[in-house]
Design a protein around this ligand. Structure first.
Ligand SMILES: [Ca+2]
Length: 148
């Protein structure tokens, strides 16, 4: 079972993702697939954009007794190309992160993955899965984003 809630965005009223980095530049919504851009899974997906490079959205969850976290997401650009980063964070002191850069294309859904080995396995910790949008004011589409 994915640690992330509403991973396919089929529950439009329960998005669960929060604006994090440069939050006032970031907006997102759940949109219904069309014949031009069908959802990767189900009927709906997330569209997120940032007016400046580096804006982000994230979802946090807690784990304990877990040695690593892997995140998987299907990404696409609405138009042209959208550069971004999928990152997994182990929040704490210090924070630890594993970023995976990607370029989403408008022609197809592409899979992006990332894996972070955790420290202090036995202790409870907060994990953050985060998308950074690096192409200003361009929609990054995301569907079926999971973490295991
Ligand atoms: Ca979906």
């Amino acid at each position: 079972m994915s640690y992330l809630l509403n991973p396919s965005f089929e529950d439009q009223k329960n998005i669960q993702w929060q604006r994090v980095n440069i939050g006032n530049a970031v907006s997102f919504d759940v949109v219904q697939g069309t014949s031009q851009i069908p959802a990767k899974s189900g009927d709906f997906y997330l569209a997120a954009r940032s007016t400046v490079p580096g804006g982000s959205i994230a979802q946090d969850f807690s784990v304990q007794g877990v040695r690593s976290i892997s995140a998987f997401a299907w990404v696409r650009a609405r138009v042209g190309q959208v550069s971004g980063t999928l990152a997994i964070w182990q929040l704490g002191s210090p924070d630890r992160a594993m970023p995976a850069r990607f370029t989403a294309m408008s022609a197809e859904w592409d899979l992006v993955t990332c894996t972070l080995d955790l420290t202090n396995v036995a202790s409870s910790k907060t994990i953050r899965v985060e998308f950074y949008m690096d192409t200003p004011s361009s929609d990054l589409l995301v569907d079926s984003v999971n973490a295991f």
